[in-house]
Design a binder for this molecule. Structure first.
Ligand code: ADP
Ligand code: AMP
Length: 224
């Protein structure tokens, strides 16, 4: 089972990917999370990626695609993956086609999370993440039990340096310029499924599950 989750920053892709991963038994593969791990570890890849990420720009395709292929080589991804935030350019979409062809897999669906820009800003400004275990909270919509502390590990939560109103303007511009053409590509292939992301997370999950029900356990296309 391979799924792609597309949508602007803060639309809830990671939140829903987490849930889908548990239900479908395939890993969530978030290129943003993988890149942040490289940045934190100051690997050569991380050093190269950091300046693009801080500026709200996309990291070059060859860097992201190589990292993704390495991740898919891990044992837990043998039966599929939920791609959160990949592909974000037409070149990445074609690279994914090649990877899936080699692996003998098909995309079951591309879930497109719709959220208007003012809501995007509120989502990213309120997002807090645990740098240790990756748990995601929101000050208003999904607050931790103790202020600024992770429910799971008790450690301090952080506000990502690109989760500001200023940087999100550039992230949205990158989305429009480079990722909206990817939406159009999957629309033409009959794979794009629109999800209303401007409702409580539980309602979004309900809509996603209703959409995927026909194909759970069945790798055929959702829209076939
Ligand atoms: P993305 O992966 O698309 O950037 P996230 O899943 O990290 O988005 O969600 C962004 C922020 O919004 C997080 O703080 C998360 O807790 C919160 N969030 C996610 N889904 C919803 C929702 N449906 N309603 C309100 N807040 C949400
Ligand atoms: P995210 O965690 O999905 O919000 O991504 C955070 C940042 O990581 C983005 O603003 C980009 O700089 C970078 N990034 C994540 N995924 C990709 C991708 N598929 N292609 C290029 N850059 C990416």
């Amino acid at each position: 089972m391979y799924l792609v989750l597309l949508g602007p920053p803060g639309a809830g892709k990671g939140t829903q990917a987490q849930h889908l991963s548990a239900v479908l038994g395939v890993p969530k593969v978030s290129t943003g999370d993988l890149l942040r791990r490289h940045v934190d570890a100051q690997t050569p890849l991380g050093v190269k990626a950091a300046r693009y990420m801080a500026a709200g720009e996309l990291v070059p395709d060859d860097v992201v695609t190589g990292m993704l292929i390495t991740r898919l080589g891990e044992a837990d991804a043998v039966a599929g993956a939920i791609f959160d935030g990949f592909p974000r350019t037409i070149a990445q979409a074609h690279a994914l086609d090649d990877v899936l062809r080699i692996r003998g897999g098909d995309l079951a669906a591309v879930l497109h999370f719709n959220l208007v820009d003012p809501a995007v800003v509120g989502r990213v400004e309120g997002r807090r993440v645990c740098p240790v275990d990756g748990s995601v909270y929101h000050l208003q919509f999904a607050p931790p039990r103790s202020p600024h502390r992770c429910d799971l590990c008790g450690g301090p939560l952080i506000h990502r340096n690109d989760d500001t109103a200023a940087v999100v303007v550039d992230r949205l511009a990158e989305y429009r310029r480079k990722t909206e053409p990817v939406e159009a590509l999957y629309q033409d292939r009959g794979l794009l499924c629109d999800i209303d992301a401007d409702q409580p997370a539980g309602h979004v999950t309900r809509d996603v599950m209703a959409l995927l029900m026909p194909c759970s356990g069945d790798p055929r296309r959702v829209n076939a």
